[in-house]
Design a protein around this ligand. Structure first.
Ligand SMILES: Nc1ncnc2c1ncn2[C@@H]1O[C@H](COP(=O)(O)OP(=O)(O)OP(=O)(O)O)[C@@H](O)[C@H]1O
Length: 261
């Protein structure tokens, strides 16, 4: 479904921040990218999204999604893909909601921008998605302002929005890092339910190897723009090739059972 070949990315006037990056992803797969701050994790997913920050450029390589080259797409074509076939969630999706507008009006607008749904259809669709994310009273959430919800609830609204069009690929940048452990665990389980129900593939960037180990089929460990370890989660956890991965693993206090940090 997604093939990244030999991808190299540079920000203006700097040496490459990502070098010869490769990744192959099947439908419905969950891939985690872990590694220290500044290793290039966010750059990878922003490149897939066609939204590299300030002056970031792909200088080599290509990204193929559903057999088509993304790197050859115009910004307009890329925008069409975003929000329907490829979606993204952030560390604090709630923070991207407008604080002075109710969730309902923002969610309905989002659906109407990306489809031909009427406002009523969009409202119903939104409530249904909120229910899917186990928000107890979707109607009440729709009538709330973002600040009236907890961080975990806002994050679930963000994930519900991102999943509305049942994208083939969900890019998640530290989706649980800002939350307490119990809420993290709940959101991790809910993301896995979404994969099960919609066969959405997920690429998740995380500092948290516990979350990565629990969720991912494949694991990539990065440092300084390079991939040090890559393979099935089992393989990387039990037979790491690099000293850096071994060090990261030794620093995870507990990875079994329901503990994610
Ligand atoms: N807009 C930018 N302009 C210049 N350099 C940038 C920009 N964004 C990122 N970089 C550089 O690219 C490198 C990789 O950054 P990136 O954000 O991809 O790392 P990361 O692994 O996601 O880190 P973190 O875990 O802190 O988010 C870093 O050296 C960073 O300084």
């Amino acid at each position: 479904m997604l093939e990244i070949r030999d991808l190299t990315i540079q920000y203006e006037g700097q040496p490459p921040v990502l070098e010869h990056f490769n990744l192959s992803m099947k439908k419905g797969e969950i891939i985690s990218i872990a590694g220290e701050s500044g290793s290039g994790k966010t750059t990878v997913i922003r490149a897939i999204l066609g939204a590299l920050a300030g002056g970031g450029k792909i200088t080599e390589g290509e990204i193929l999604f559903l057999g088509e080259s993304l790197t050859e797409k115009s910004p307009k074509e890329w925008r069409t893909l975003r929000g329907t076939k490829i979606s993204m969630i952030f560390q604090d999706c709630g923070g991207t909601l407008n604080p002075i507008r109710k969730i309902g009006s923002q969610y309905v607008e989002y659906i109407c921008t990306h489809s031909r749904a009427s406002k009523q259809e969009a409202w119903n669709r939104a409530v249904q998605m909120l229910k899917k994310m186990h928000l107890p009273d979707g109607e009440a959430v729709m009538k709330s302002y973002p600040h009236q919800l907890s961080g975990g609830m806002r994050q679930r609204v963000g994930i519900a929005m991102a999943m509305t069009f049942q994208p083939r690929l969900l890019l998640a940048d530290e989706p649980t890092s800002a939350l307490d452990v119990t809420t993290q665990a709940r959101i991790v389980r809910q993301m896995m339910e979404l994969r099960r129900d919609y066969q959405t593939g997920i690429i998740m960037v995380t500092h948290n190897l516990g979350v990565a180990a629990y969720m991912a089929d494949k694991l990539l460990i990065m440092q300084n723009g390079k991939v040090l370890d890559q393979g099935s989660t089992e393989e990387v956890l039990h037979n790491p090739k690099s000293d850096y991965t071994r060090k990261l693993l030794a620093a995870v206090p507990e990875m079994e059972g329901a503990r994610f940090v």
